[in-house]
Design a protein around this ligand. Structure first.
Ligand SMILES: NC(=O)c1ccc[n+]([C@@H]2O[C@H](COP(=O)([O-])OP(=O)(O)OC[C@H]3O[C@@H](n4cnc5c(N)ncnc54)[C@H](OP(=O)(O)O)[C@@H]3O)[C@@H](O)[C@H]2O)c1
Length: 346
C-alpha cells in the first residue's frame, strides 16, 4: 500500500488486515495507525523513488493499493512492475469529469463555467483532457493504466468528497470550527442546496477490499449511500456538537469572496451513480454520512484544541484553500450581515 498513513490508507490497511491480507504499508514517514494489527509491516518509501517502490514490491505481491498516484509517470512506474503485481487499486477523483459543454472543476471561476453534470453521474460521463491540472493528471493516470489492463488489471476509484478521521484537508472543519467558535449563522450560497457526493474513508476502504478480491480493469465512482446538501451537512455538524445556528441561504453564488462559499459549494449537484460499484463488486456501503460524523467531528475538535490555531492544526487545509478564499473570515460575514445581506451575488 502506497500512502498508507493518509486518511484512506489508514482505513484500507485496517480493512484489508481484518480481511486476512498480509499488508505492507508504505508512506514517506513510515508511520502506522494505532488500529492496525502488529502483523502490518510499515515501511518508509518515497513513491517518487522508483528503486524504493520496486524494493517495496520485492519479489511480488497480489495487490497494490496506490493512494497517491497522479499523472502518466506514476502509472508507468506501476506498469513497470506489472510482472510482479497481480492487480492494482488506484485512487482517482470526481475532478476527472466534465459536462457536455466541457465544464468541470477547473472552469468554475470562468463566466458560465460551473459544470452541470447529469444526476446521477455515471462513470461513462466524459472526462477532461489529460494535462497538468489535478483532474487532468488523474485522467492521464487513468488512461495509461486502463490502456494496459491486460498487463495490470487496475480498479480506479473516483472518490467523492472524502471524509473521516485523519483527513489533512477536512471540509467538515468549515462547520466544526464555526460551531466551536459560537458563530450564530451559517451563510450558504446556492440556497444551501449544493451537493458534492461525500465518501467516508471506511466506504472507500470497503471498495478497495472488494476490488482486491475481484481484479479488473475498470473505473468506479466511490461514494456514500447519501449525498446530503450543504445545508444538511451544516445542520448535522451542529447536531453533533449540540449547538443551533441560523441558516442564511443566499440565492446564487457567494455574495463576497469570503462569504457563503463552503468546500461543498457547487452551483449544480455532483451526485454519483453508484450502481456500477454495486453491480461489479457487490459494494454495500459500510457507513453513512450522519452515522459516521460524530467520530470525524470529535477527531477534528481534538486536533483544534491541541493546536494554537487551525492553520497549525491543518497546514495542508490552509495551503489548499488560502490562496482562493479565507475559510474563516468572520469579519467579512458580519459586515455582510450588517449591510443587510444584500450585496449582489458575484
Ligand atoms: N480529499 C478528498 O476529498 C479527495 C477526493 C477525491 C480523491 N482524493 C484522492 O485521495 C488521494 C489522497 O488520499 P488521502 O486523502 O488518504 O491522502 P492523505 O490523507 O493526504 O495522505 C497521503 C498519504 O500518502 C503519503 N505520501 C504522500 N506523498 C508520498 C510519497 N511521495 N511517497 C509515499 N507516500 C506518500 C502520506 O504520508 P507521508 O506524508 O508520510 O508520506 C500519507 O500516508 C489522492 O489520490 C487524491 O487525489 C481525495
Amino acid at each position: 500500500m502506497i500512502g498508507a498513513t493518509g486518511q484512506i490508507g489508514r482505513a484500507a490497511v485496517r480493512a484489508l488486515a481484518e480481511d486476512g491480507w498480509r499488508v505492507r504499508a508504505a508512506s514517506r514517514g513510515g508511520g502506522r495507525d494505532g488500529s492496525w494489527p502488529a502483523s502490518v509491516e510499515s515501511v518508509a518509501v518515497d513513491r517518487d523513488d522508483d528503486a524504493a517502490v520496486a524494493a517495496l514490491i520485492g519479489d511480488g505481491c497480489d495487490v497494490v493499493l496506490d493512494c497517491v498516484a497522479y499523472g502518466r509517470a506514476h502509472a508507468r512506474q506501476l506498469l513497470n512492475l506489472a510482472d510482479r503485481v497481480g492487480s492494482a487499486v488506484v485512487i482517482s477523483t470526481g475532478a476527472v469529469y466534465e459536462d457536455d459543454q466541457g465544464r468541470g472543476f477547473a472552469t468554475q471561476d470562468r463566466p458560465d463555467g460551473d459544470p452541470r453534470y447529469p444526476v446521477p453521474l455515471p462513470e461513462s460521463q466524459r472526462t477532461v483532457p489529460p494535462g497538468d491540472g489535478y483532474g487532468s493528471r488523474k485522467v492521464a493516470l487513468e488512461r495509461e493504466l486502463l490502456g494496459a489492463g491486460d498487463r495490470l488489471p487496475t480498479t480506479l476509484l473516483r472518490a467523492g468528497a472524502v471524509h473521516g478521521p485523519h483527513c489533512r484537508t477536512p471540509r467538515e472543519l468549515y462547520f466544526v470550527k464555526r460551531a466551536l467558535d459560537g458563530r450564530p449563522v451559517r451563510i450558504l450560497a446556492y440556497g444551501g442546496r449544493s451537493r458534492f457526493h461525500p465518501v467516508h474513508v471506511d466506504n472507500v476502504a470497503e471498495l478497495v477490499r472488494l476490488a482486491a478480491h475481484r481484479p479488473g480493469s475498470r473505473v468506479l465512482n466511490a461514494g456514500d449511500p447519501q449525498a446530503p446538501t450543504v445545508a444538511d451537512i451544516a445542520a448535522a455538524v451542529d447536531a453533533v456538537l449540540g449547538v443551533r445556528s441560523e441558516l442564511v441561504l443566499v440565492d446564487g453564488g457567494p455574495p463576497h469572496p469570503h462569504v457563503g462559499s463552503t468546500p461543498w459549494s457547487l452551483a449544480h449537484p455532483l451526485v454519483y451513480d453508484m450502481s456500477a460499484a454495486g453491480r461489479e463488486l457487490g459494494y454495500r456501503p459500510v457507513t453513512g454520512y450522519a452515522e459516521s460524523l460524530p467520530a470525524t467531528v470529535g477527531w477534528l475538535a481534538d486536533r483544534l484544541a491541541a493546536a494554537p490555531d487551525w492553520r497549525t492544526a491543518f497546514p495542508d487545509m490552509a495551503a489548499a484553500y488560502d490562496p482562493m478564499t479565507d475559510l474563516f473570515d468572520y469579519a467579512a460575514e458580519d459586515a455582510w450581515l450588517r449591510d443587510g445581506g444584500s450585496s449582489p451575488a458575484l
